[in-house]
Write a protein that binds this ligand. Structure first.
Ligand SMILES: *Cc1c(COP(=O)(O)O)cnc(C)c1O
Length: 368
């Protein structure tokens, strides 16, 4: 008889459910007997252009050095990032994806006696990170699927140490303005850390969304997180980071695993940062694809949540699972969001024009 290992796990971990990723292309190919090249995956908000060729080249060249440990301080990457963002390298904390930084924040500032506030429908990594350390997660009811910032301020308790904000949010695509953010930040106690997750920031450059980095001088309790997984096209390399005041960065860097960024990832990220043409193209493909999908949903009589990201969440007004399965059988992978309490929605990442067309065509057939 073996013992109940789940019972042996610490209480926070016992209460967690595993993260549900988008279905991998190879898995669907096996299940449905489809060819990998015939499958369209619009399920994980990945960049449909593929990785920046400049980054692939830099990563390939770095492989000759693989016997060595990577630079644990990510010196070159931090220098390059600091220059680009006009911050100092001491403000940066590098993560194995921004997920890693979100977990570092929870581990650094939360414990069983504290709580964290986030929105209903917010990115699922926040409750996971909070529960893992045994802290209480306070989910504040959403307003039109977005963050109700007033209600979130009011939900802050004596023992609250972190508020997580996603702008735009995943999986809803909702966003809030600079004015709303400032009104919020002015009301949050200074000993509560505000984590502003800007994973999709690059897609909105030049638009109405606030730039959290510009607010760091005014709000020492603000921590901005960003990633190379979305617009920079390097989800598989796992590179994310936070920008904060140096004292917060010092805390996070104490806990950070010394070699959390692997060697090729560091080289790839440096190259991607300098590839303005790739970024420009990514933004264009996204804007055009978003408009195309919106038109297609409208033609199908479907409504959707307006999105500031590289994905759009459509409201089917019926159980979305059969539609999801129907799309799978046609080789189109999208993302169910029932685990977010949205059983009638599907989240669809913006793809290349042909992928978007295939997705709409399949959706039309499945709904008919
Ligand atoms: C995709 C995403 C991330 C980034 O995850 P990585 O670990 O950097 O790949 C962070 N926050 C939100 C809201 C996301 O959608």
């Amino acid at each position: 008889m073996s013992c109940d290992f789940l019972e042996l796990a610490v209480p926070g971990v016992r209460g967690m459910s595993p993260y549900q990723p988008g279905k991998p292309i190879e898995e669907l190919a096996r299940e449905q007997g489809l060819k990998v090249e015939d499958i369209v995956k619009l399920a994980s908000n990945e960049n449909p252009l593929g990785p920046p060729p400049s980054a692939v080249k830099a990563m390939a060249e770095s492989l000759a050095e693989l016997a060595r440990y990577p630079d644990g301080s990510s010196f070159l990457l931090k220098q390059t990032l600091a220059e680009k963002l006009k911050v100092s390298p001491e403000q940066l904390t590098m993560g194995n994806g921004s997920n890693d930084v979100l977990v570092l924040l929870a581990e650094s500032f939360l414990d069983a006696g504290s709580s964290a506030v986030y929105s209903q429908y917010a990115f699922v990594v926040y409750p996971l990170a909070v529960k893992a350390v045994g802290a209480e997660g306070i989910a504040v009811p959403a307003l039109n699927y977005g963050h109700d910032l007033d209600a979130m301020v009011e939900a802050i308790k004596e023992n609250t140490r972190i508020v997580f904000l996603a702008n735009p949010n995943n999986p809803t695509g909702t966003s809030f303005s600079e004015q709303a953010l400032l009104g919020f930040l002015d009301r949050v106690p200074e000993d509560v850390i505000v984590v502003l997750d800007e994973a999709y920031y690059e897609y909105g450059v030049g638009g109405d969304l606030p730039d959290g980095i510009e607010l760091l001088d005014r709000y020492p309790n603000l921590v901005v997180t960003r990633t190379f997984s979305k617009a920079y096209g390097l989800a598989g390399a796992r590179v994310g980071y936070s920008i904060s005041n140096p004292e917060v960065a010092d805390v996070l860097n104490r806990l950070r695993q010394p070699f959390n960024l692997n060697l090729p990832a560091q080289f790839g990220a440096v190259a991607a940062l300098q590839d303005d043409a790739y970024m420009q193209k990514s933004i264009e493909v996204n804007q055009q694809g978003m408009a195309f999908l919106e038109q297609g949903f409208s033609d199908l009589g479907l409504s959707w949540i307006p999105s500031s990201g590289n994905f759009i969440t459509v409201d089917l007004r019926c159980n979305a699972m059969p539609v999801y399965e129907g799309l799978l059988s046609k080789g189109v992978i999208v993302r169910p969001v029932a685990n977010y309490g949205m059983p009638e929605h599907l989240r669809i990442s913006i793809g290349l024009p042909e992928e978007n067309r295939r997705c709409l065509e399949a959706l039309g057939q499945v709904l008919a």
